[in-house]
Design a protein around this ligand. Structure first.
Ligand code: GLN
Length: 447
């Protein structure tokens, strides 16, 4: 059914970069005939999953949306893919994304522009735009995305689905093609909160292959969905409902908060005073880490190699000039500048210090509140092409999501109605480190 649906819709939608049809059908047949292949049925037995193309899949082309990796055929699986396979979910294909996760509209893919299933003139968001569109258009049962500054939650909001960014360290990054390693996370994009809880149960685990993987007990996320929010303390950061946020979005969030109050939650206005510095901080640290991570694409070790250079240095230059798109080059230059001697203290070090202040804002609030709630994005999806010429406008769109990555905390985006234009609005619930259970419980109470 998934492949049928993809055939009907993907010419227009363009959510997938690679389909895994033959292997998927073979696996489905096997499961059908033999039942479980491992004694007991896996938690996601037989469910078709779409996976963002920056998650490495053994012998299934993995491009990260870049020409640099156009023909990259990985010889291993990301840890999350091993876990997905063990759960007996079936990989149906790899989804479109902004090159290396750099963008918020999927327009920075080197291959194609995915459209928003609600209105094909609009972007699906990004960088996990292919995954969010595939779930919204019912091409896949659910999907994996990655989130460095909002790339799971923002496309989920724009496409009217659920997107969960886990606590940094809860889900292994082994086999996730790096953008900014201190911020990168993998998480579920699903139709509803219950599916997100199931998928997270499979993803969350300590992994010795990832040195930043946390060795913590993984709670039962499914039984956390008990509908009870009585007495729950909810903070509403005023900075996330301020200037620059569409009035229609503010109204929807206020309405949702009323509903929550009606269910017995205690809702209070709070402050995250360093919010205005989150976007500049993110756009120093993200590009700095990217400039280092992307040094590996030199035409020797991975992916494409330009044939035009006639010595080693020339080969490096040509490969990187031809292989990277404009946004990736912009960030490599920004990051290289911010890390260079003479500027390091003024930019990189300063940004690290501000990151600590942003994290402290959250820590202080979480001493008194169970969750924080606000919008996922300041605006709904915008028209394709509207912001491509103005990167700064794109960057400012990350104001509600980037602080969460800087602090390393979990957050979910859940659908919160449609605007008069018929575009989805996302509500964001942020929680304490490793307290995905509460985040999911509150999100579930809205459904
Ligand atoms: N939109 C943000 C950016 O352009 C976030 C990307 C992400 O989370 N991968 O960097």
């Amino acid at each position: 059914a998934s492949f049928q649906r993809i055939k009907q819709t993907d010419d227009q939608l363009k959510a997938f970069l690679t389909l895994n049809e033959e292997q998927a059908k073979q696996k489905a047949k096997q499961l059908d005939e033999q039942g479980s292949l491992q004694g007991e049925r896996g938690l996601l037995f037989g469910l078709p999953i779409a996976v963002k193309d920056n998650i490495v899949t053994e012998h299934v082309t993995t491009t990260a949306g870049s020409k640099m990796l156009e023909n990259y055929d990985p010889i291993y699986n990301a840890t999350v893919m091993d876990r997905i396979c063990a759960s007996e979910s079936i990989l149906i294909g790899k989804t479109n994304m902004d090159e290396f996760g750099m963008g918020g509209s999927t327009e920075n893919s080197a291959f194609q522009v995915t459209v928003n299933p609600w209105n094909k003139e609009y972007v699906p968001g990004g960088s996990s735009g292919g995954s969010a569109a595939a779930v919204a258009a019912r091409q896949a049962f659910f999907a994996l995305g990655s989130d460095t500054g909002g790339s799971i939650r923002q496309p989920a909001a724009y496409c009217g689905v659920v997107g969960l960014k886990p606590t940094y360290g809860l889900v292994s990054r082994f086999g996730l093609i790096s953008y900014a390693s201190s911020l990168d996370t993998i998480g579920p994009i699903t139709k509803n909160v219950e599916d997100a809880a199931y998928l997270l149960s499979v993803l969350a685990a300590h992994d010795p292959y990832d040195s930043t993987s946390a060795d913590v007990d993984v709670p039962d996320y499914i039984s956390a969905l008990n509908g009870n929010v009585k007495g729950l303390k909810v903070g509403v950061p005023k900075e996330l409902l301020g200037e620059g946020v569409d009035q229609e979005i503010k109204d929807k969030i206020q309405q949702a908060l009323k509903t929550l109050e009606g269910m017995g939650a205690i809702v209070e206005e709070v402050s995250l005073p360093h919010t205005e510095y989150a976007v500049p901080t993110y756009y120093i640290l993200g590009p700095s880490e990217a400039s280092s991570n992307l040094a590996r694409y030199d035409g020797v070790r991975f992916g494409m190699r330009s044939e035009s250079g006639n010595d080693l240095i020339q080969m490096y230059k040509e490969t990187r000039s031809q292989g990277f798109g404009a946004e990736v080059k912009r960030r490599i230059m920004l990051g290289t500048y911010a890390l260079s001697s003479g500027y390091y203290d003024a930019y990189y070090k300063k940004a690290q210090q501000v990151r600590t202040l942003i994290k402290q804002d959250f820590d202080e609030l979480f001493a008194n509140y169970d969750v924080l709630i606000g919008p996922t994005t300041p605006t709904t999806a915008y028209k394709i092409g509207e912001k491509v010429a103005d990167p700064l406008k794109m960057y400012l769109n990350d104001i509600c999501t980037a602080p969460v990555n800087l602090a390393g905390i979990p957050a979910i985006s859940v659908p919160c109605g449609l605007t008069n234009d018929g575009l989805p609005v996302g509500l964001q619930i942020m929680g304490k480190h490793f307290d995905e259970s509460t985040v999911l419980r509150v999100a579930h109470a809205f459904e």
